[in-house]
Ligand binder design. Sequence first.
Ligand code: CA
Ligand code: CA
Length: 89
Amino acid sequence: MISRRSILLTFAIATLFGGGLPDKRELAGRLSAEELAAADPDHDGTLTADEYLAVVEQRFNAANPDKDGTLDARELNTHEGRALLRLLR
Ligand SMILES: [Ca+2]
Ligand SMILES: [Ca+2]
């Protein structure tokens, strides 16, 4: 199961050890060019924590129709669940 909290932790750890905010290159394969443009209102090619988490939150909510705050194996194995996992790789 994946909780919203574990996603926030994943992002915090990736930011600490990955040398900063994800940029275009790091987001390749996780977001399409269109999705990146939509998630990056200032168009500087990187996502701030807030911008990134907004996308994560959108995908988390899309993958969690029962709104129980966690994703179970069944929810993770949907199109929406896989889109979220792709973002977190
Ligand atoms: Ca930006
Ligand atoms: Ca759920």
